[in-house]
Structure formats: C-alpha cells, structure tokens
Design a protein around this ligand. Structure first.
Ligand code: PLP
Length: 410
C-alpha cells in the first residue's frame, strides 16, 4: 500500500529501540544501568524537573496553557528567546535575527532542510552525529555527505569540512552545513572560540562567488557547557561577521534547556545581514510549520517566556541550570578519572549529556554489556554513554566493566 519512497521508511533508531528495552529491564530490576536516555536524571534516578518551571505552570491561565498559538510563535516568546540566546549581545542581534517557533529543535532542523536545500541536494553532516538528521533529510528526498568531526589531534576538523564543501560546490548551487555545538551529541565535544572564528571565515569564503551558504547550528545542549555564559555567547557574537549570502540558523530546543522534553517546544532563529533573507525566512518557515504541525504549544512557549522575562524566576532558573551543569560535570570527571585508571580511551569530551568510546565492534560490546546489566548505545565505530541518565554510584560500577569488554573486542 505504501508509496514507492515510503517502502524504505523504517525508524531504525537504536536510541529509541534500545532505550525502551533498557527502560523495561530497569523497571523490573533496579540494578540495571540505563545509560541510553537523553534526559536529565537526578542522583536518585528521578527525572530532573525545574522548580521554576513548575512554579510558572501553576500560575498560568487556561488561555495561556491551552489556546492555539500563532504558527510562528507568540511575540513574547520570540523576544524572550532572543534575550536568552544572545544575552549580552541582544542589542547587536535584535534586528539581524528572526525567531520562528517549532516543536523542539527537531522542528527547527526539519524546516531548515525543507527550505534551504532543494530535492536531491546534500547536507554536510559531522561524522559522529545525532542520527535523526539523516532521517529528516530522507523524508525530504535529500541526502548528505559526512565531514570528519575530529582531526588527528581530536580538534574540530575544519580542513576536512572545507574539502567536502568545495567538492559539493561542484554539483549543487548551495552549501548547508550542520554543526552541533556545544556538548556535541554523541561525543560531548565543544568547539573553541578560535575554531568558531575559522569556521566563519570558511563560510564567508565559500559564499564569496555568490554561493548561498547556510549554517545550521544545532544548539540543543547550549546551556550545559561548563561555562555557558561566557564561552557560548561569545561564540554566537562572532555571527556578526557573516557576509550577505551566509545565513545562520540556530536550532533551539526547549526539551533540554528547560527540561520540557515531551511538551515539544523549540525554535529556529535566523541570523542574516540581509533584511530580505530574514523576511523570506519568516514567510517560508511559517508555511512549512503550518503544513507540518500547524503550531507549537502555547503552554511550552509561555513557560519559557515567563521565566526569561521575570527577573526573580530567571535567577532561580539559572541557579537550577547551573546545578544540572555541575552535576553533569561531576559525573564526567568521575568517568574520566576511572577511564584513566582502567586505560579506557574516550573521544574528545568537553561537556554535556554524552561521551563516546571508540570501538570497531560496537554491537558485540553492546551485547556483552547487556549481560552485565549495562545499557549503552552502539553507534558507528563507537559506543555512546549517556551521563545525564546515570548516577555517580552507577559510574563507579560501570567503567571498569566497559574497559574490560572493550579490551576483549579490540
Ligand atoms: N539535536 C540533538 C543533537 C539532539 O540530541 C536532540 C534530541 O535528542 C535534538 C536536536 C532535538 O531535540 P528536541 O526536538 O526534543 O528539541
């Protein structure tokens, strides 16, 4: 019954399938370690919920919770997001940027591919990545080419990105690059400011012959970097240097930053020097949103905007998000210290929900770890450990086992 292109459609995402196996086993046996879920859990194994969010939830009117919202999002939300994302650089970007609400970062990524690549075009994706990018591209009849995320020193591989971009330029009239920064999923890598600066030089260079260049900056984990205030926002400030036919799209996720995973709230924020590019951004993305999901939840948008625009609530929220980043950092430090002790090699982790361990036999490692009641995600040439969903006690138990099994399959 399926149409031709849909015959191949099957969600083979390990994260969803293996995550639900782990969840079921853990509900039957609490000693199972479920290191698969990209949600934040406290040390007692409970989903972390922001008190500040709950406080606003109780105070919202029925209208604010349940009424339909405008397709592009309500004005308050659009303004609040600019304030949150650009912080000290708000004045610089307020007229060079435009916000379109989406259900999570996923909606922002999906619209970016729909509106900035033609059918048959290819996007440039990092070699280690969140696999859903590929699925979204397939949905749009588009493809991808991978650039190596790391160079030989474990730093951002700008040279390979440059090479792949110039190769792609021979066959299509536009270049769309996806980066996920900071706290890259799955590696936990965060780009240094100099790497960002060089990336912007490359974008401008690629566009110098009139090619349209689009950078989709997936910042789902923006607020979990070790130093979110100073480092990340000063990276964003560098977007003031983009040339006229470069468009940057920030894909914001309310799932991660505000713990609103199931509420489906996010946004795409276009940054351009050209007013006409921003007008088109608004028009085409509104059309796509209307045709795909109609509008984003008013409840989600109002929860976020009330927090950002109220000084006291914002203060409370910032304390909570700092608590979460510090907890992740503690877990990561413990994991790294034990990895050194047991001679376990990690890819270049800096911060965030996930870290990765390279292996040529991810599935064999996965199966052996399951026998030890440890659930991780096997990926291409690595396994992913989710730090956000495990406790310090569980880390103490798992690193030695992982090291032993990785060695067995090396
Ligand atoms: N980008 C990355 C790298 C992710 O890991 C996720 C979710 O896991 C998303 C984007 C999208 O999240 P959401 O649609 O829930 O905002």
């Amino acid at each position: 019954m399926l149409a031709k292109r849909s015959l191949e459609k099957e969600d083979k995402s390990n994260i969803i399938t293996l995550g639900s196996i782990a969840k079921k086993l853990k509900s039957e046996d609490p000693s199972v370690i479920n290191s698969t879920i990209g949600m934040m859990y406290d040390e007692d194994g409970k989903l972390f919920v922001f008190d500040s969010i709950n406080k606003v939830l109780n105070d919202l009117s029925n209208e604010e919770k349940f009424a339909y919202a405008p397709t592009e999002g309500n004005k308050e939300y659009q303004e609040a997001l600019k304030k949150w994302l650009f912080k000290g650089h708000y004045d610089l970007f307020k007229n060079q940027s435009i916000v379109s609400a989406t259900p999570g970062g996923s909606g922002a990524l999906s619209n970016s591919f729909s509106n900035y690549l033609n059918s048959g075009d290819k996007a440039l994706l990092p070699s280690y990545m969140w696999g859903n990018y590929k699925q979204m591209l397939y949905e749009n009849n588009q493809g991808y080419v991978c650039y190596e995320l790391f160079d030989e020193y474990g730093c951002f591989n700008l040279e390979d990105l440059k090479k792949k971009a110039y190769e792609l330029k021979r066959t299509q009239d536009r270049i769309l690059i996806v980066i996920n920064d900071p706290c890259q999923n799955p590696t936990g890598y965060s780009m240094r400011q100099s790497e960002f600066r060089n990336l912007i030089v490359l974008l401008n260079e690629l566009s110098s012959d009139g090619t349209n260049v689009i950078l989709v900056h997936d910042l789902a984990y923006l607020d979990f970097d070790v130093n979110p205030y100073f480092v990340n926002r000063s990276n964003l400030e560098l977007y003031d240097n983009i040339k006229d036919n470069v468009l940057v799209i920030l894909a914001f996720s309310g799932s991660k930053s505000f713990g609103l995973y199931g509420l489906r709230v996010g946004a795409m924020v276009g940054i351009s020097k050209d007013e006409k590019v921003l007008e088109e951004f608004s028009r085409a993305n509104k059309f796509s949103s209307r045709s795909k999901w109609s509008n984003t939840t008013n409840l989600g948008m109002n929860l976020i905007s009330k927090i950002i625009l109220d000084e006291k609530l914002l203060d409370k929220y910032i304390k909570e998000i700092n608590y979460v980043s510090n907890l992740l950092n503690d877990r990561a430090n413990l994991f790294k210290a034990l990895a050194i002790k047991y001679n376990l090699h990690l890819l270049n982790y800096k911060s965030g929900f996930f870290l990765t361990i390279p292996t040529n036999h991810p599935w064999e490692v996965y199966e052996d770890l399951v026998k030890e009641k440890i659930h991780i995600i096997p990926m291409d040439k690595c396994i992913r450990v989710t730090l956000s969903s495990i406790s310090m006690v569980e880390i103490e138990r798992m690193v030695e086992v992982i090291a032993r099994i990785i060695k067995l399959h090396s």
